[in-house]
Design a protein around this ligand. Structure first.
Ligand code: ATP
Ligand code: MG
Length: 159
């Protein structure tokens, strides 16, 4: 484990900032976030194509006790469910092809927030208005090579 993934580079009201230098480091960061999540939590992943969003979901899955190899981008379905005995379920949404957030409402997105698992949404900025106000936002910035700057913050403290 490198220093960059062990502790945030900076911490403030606006969240924590991390630097990762490989896909494995990004997975490790997500694995550490996973146990802090509770059923009903919603995680929005925001970042360009290939930034590492699906890689992050693999780490979340592993941290929740699920098999990360089952995680792939849901191509034909908008929402993929991962559930295993003894693990916290993960609902994986890819909003890339969504043109209007209502499409996700139609397939029952909001019902997932009431279920006993964590919802993670790639291209989460497209559905920001449709998620609980205390959603967690993870922003990816592609730096040179394999480096990524990853900022994690809760949009609003739960009351
Ligand atoms: N520091 C890093 N963190 C995450 N992924 C990295 C990193 N460095 C290199 N990579 C590589 O970048 C790619 C990220 O792909 P991934 O599918 O996770 O991106 P994505 O944001 O989900 O893309 P898309 O927008 O197409 O869904 C992978 O091939 C991964 O190995
Ligand atoms: Mg992806």
């Amino acid at each position: 484990m490198t220093t960059s993934e062990r502790s945030p580079q900076s911490e403030s009201e606006s969240g924590s900032e991390f630097l990762t230098a490989s896909a494995e480091e990004t997975r490790a960061l997500a694995r550490r976030l996973a146990p802090t999540l509770r059923p009903g939590d919603v995680v929005l992943l925001v970042g360009e194509l290939g930034a590492g969003k699906t890689t992050f979901v693999q780490g979340l899955a592993e941290g929740l006790g699920l098999d990360p190899q089952r995680v792939s981008s849901p191509t034909f379905v908008l929402i993929q469910e991962y559930a295993e005995e003894g693990a916290v379920p993960l609902y994986h949404v890819d909003a890339y092809r969504v043109r209007d957030p209502r499409e996700l409402v139609e397939v029952g997105l909001e019902e997932y927030f009431e279920r006993p698992g964590v919802t993670v949404i790639e291209w989460g900025d497209k559905v920001r208005e449709r998620v609980p106000p205390d959603a967690i936002e993870v922003r990816f910035e592609v730096l040179e090579g394999d480096r990524r700057r990853i900022r994690i913050r809760r949009l609003q403290r739960p009351t």
